[in-house]
Design a protein around this ligand. Sequence first.
Ligand SMILES: [Zn+2]
Length: 218
Amino acid sequence: MRYQRPMEQGPRLGGLDRRGWQRVRCGGCGLPEEGCVCATLPRLRPRTRVVVVMHHVEAIRSTNTGRLAARMLDGAEVRVRGLRDGVERAMPGGPRLVLFPHDDARELTADDAREGAVLVVPDGTWTQARRIVRRDPSARDATRVRLPTAVARETAYALRRNPHEGGVCTLEAIAAALDVLEGEGFGAPLREAFTAWQDAALRVRGTTPESHRHDDTA
Ligand SMILES: [Zn+2]
């Protein structure tokens, strides 16, 4: 296990141990290096381009799942909002959808899977995500869609107490949306990789997945 002083690494992917030292985290999966699961992640080729628009505070959290999802999807990208780099990259063309359970959002359907469709997924706390939907250029002019109500709202996410008000974390929301757009079962490898990632995260924290799950359901 490698550690380095926080200042050497900057604000990226936080996580201080008790002595105030920061574990060196993998830039891919966000896990401490000894728990890295990057080599085991599947690579999926959806027709839909997924664009995760992330609040800048969310971007430094090691428990972020939007980044993990994007890493497994061809054509996907993560955009961090609120960074003052002054560069506004153009959004990919094509019919644009924004996934958020807004009051005026309609249910996502298989008909939305048109050629070149872009699925914008806001990532952050509830409030941050709502702000992204309202203000971010990526969501402007996008059709507001929500997951079908038939989609199970049960989350397997144990690293945070309250992932999203809608019940699922960002990766689970993306997997469910791709089940609709790309065909039932398309999101399954994402969910499996997510489980492995989370188990590895719990293991490097010194919690076994089994004991954690037990605690969580008690
Ligand atoms: Zn990794």
